[in-house]
Design a protein around this ligand. Structure first.
Ligand SMILES: *Cc1c(COP(=O)(O)O)cnc(C)c1O
Length: 382
């Protein structure tokens, strides 16, 4: 369970991110214990959090990286990740990003359209290189998650639809500078049920059977990420059930001999280790409500405004035994700048420190300077 060092917090300018690197390490250890077979490779989806201290811990544990931009490829290389552990997805790779990947010999481009495949072939040819690719397939599996973070349905900007896959595979075969490694999938994020992953396995099996009968074999299968975390109970469930997650694939996925299996996990690795710490500026008595106005806003943590997400809110410093309901809101000049409605908190006053829990993923990395605000600092427990 994350301990908050209040003495250090008292000397740190709010708002800031607090990362429990012990919990991060325990999470990584749990993953490693859940996947011991050498054909399984876990890539950290760096878009969830690219904080250098976090990357350092993940790298030291031997994980690979999943990138979705050239900037992320650079961040991964700067953090010391080996190029042969970097995979690179994204629907709109610019020419310079493709060049960067080829120049550094990254392990795989996850290709999302026929048009992109042609550009990669062209650039690889000019460089006299071979681009290793996996085709990102849209498996038409409903992830049962928020529509903004569902990516695996049939018509979607992500990936290649099932009925176009034949032709893109053929195109790989006739592209001299393309080496097709296999298929890539990513059905969405914050998936808390096991069934979508089971359906994904079935879909992969169907596709493998189909292409095997045509004499096409894949050396690797990448099933993406998307495993969710328990936002309501970060202390009770600080580490997701990785054993159940990985064993779903072990049970349902029919891998061929020698086939490599890749995962790309973001949120489930870093989500629970981070909290956004903010100070109460004012408690405003409204007409029928109390507002706790804090010094963090959606500039520091945009998930509530963007996805109607809820982060558990805790008053770390109030000693009151009485509770009240508060709308917890930020200072940004937008009505969507609200972290919680009718939150039950102990009597809250100016100066109290509030933790927004489970903010390690898609928190700091999505911070902006809207309203000319300063980007948040971060501190660590090691
Ligand atoms: C975002 C993303 C991931 C990671 O998703 P999580 O839900 O954070 O695990 C994996 N693969 C791709 C291609 C992504 O875009």
């Amino acid at each position: 369970m994350t301990q908050f060092p209040l003495d250090i917090f008292a000397q740190t300018r709010t708002p800031f991110y607090f990362y429990d690197l012990n919990l991060l390490q325990a999470t990584l250890t749990e993953i490693k214990q859940s996947v011991s077979q050498p054909h399984i490779h876990v890539h950290y989806a760096i878009k969830a959090n690219a904080n250098p201290e976090i990357l350092k811990v993940i790298k030291e544990n031997g994980f690979g990286v999943d990138c979705v931009s050239g900037g992320e490829v650079e961040a991964a290389l700067n953090a010391g990740f080996a190029a042969d552990k970097i995979v690179f997805a994204g629907v709109g790779k610019s020419d310079w990003e493709i060049e960067l990947g080829l120049d550094n010999n990254i392990s795989c481009f996850n290709v999302e359209s026929a048009a992109e495949l042609d550009v990669i072939q062209e650039i690889a040819q000019i460089k006299g290189k071979t681009a290793r690719v996996a085709l990102r397939v849209n498996p038409n599996v409903d992830a049962h998650t928020h529509h903004y973070i569902t990516t695996g349905l049939a018509e979607n900007k992500f990936g290649i639809s099932l009925d176009m896959l034949d032709s893109v595979i053929e195109r790989c075969m006739v592209s001299p500078n393309i080496e097709l490694l296999g298929l890539h999938f990513h059905i969405g994020s914050q998936i808390t049920e096991i069934h979508p992953f089971e359906r994904l396995c079935q879909r992969v099996n169907e596709l493998q059977d189909k292409y095997e009968s045509q004499g096409i074999k894949f050396s690797s299968i990448n099933v993406g990420g998307g495993l969710g975390i328990d936002y309501n109970n970060p202390d009770e469930n600080p580490i997701p059930d990785f054993k159940a997650y990985f064993s779903t694939f072990e049970q349902h996925l029919k891998l061929r001999p020698g086939q490599q299996l890749h995962f790309e996990l973001g949120r489930s690795i870093v989500g629970q280790c981070g909290s956004l710490i903010t100070k109460v500026l004012y408690v405003k008595e409204g007409v029928a409500k109390k507002f706790a106005i804090v010094d963090a806003g959606f500039t520091e943590l945009i998930r509530p405004a963007l996805y109607q997400a809820h982060h558990k809110i805790e008053n770390l410093t109030s000693n009151s035994t009485k509770t009240h309901k508060y709308d917890v809101v930020g200072p940004i000049c937008e009505s969507s700048d609200r972290f919680g409605e009718a939150e039950i908190l102990p009597t809250t006053s100016r100066g109290d420190l509030i933790a927004l829990r489970s903010a390690g993923a898609y928190g700091e990395i999505m911070a902006s300077q809207y309203n000319c605000r300063k980007l948040p600092q971060s501190i660590y427990a090691k």
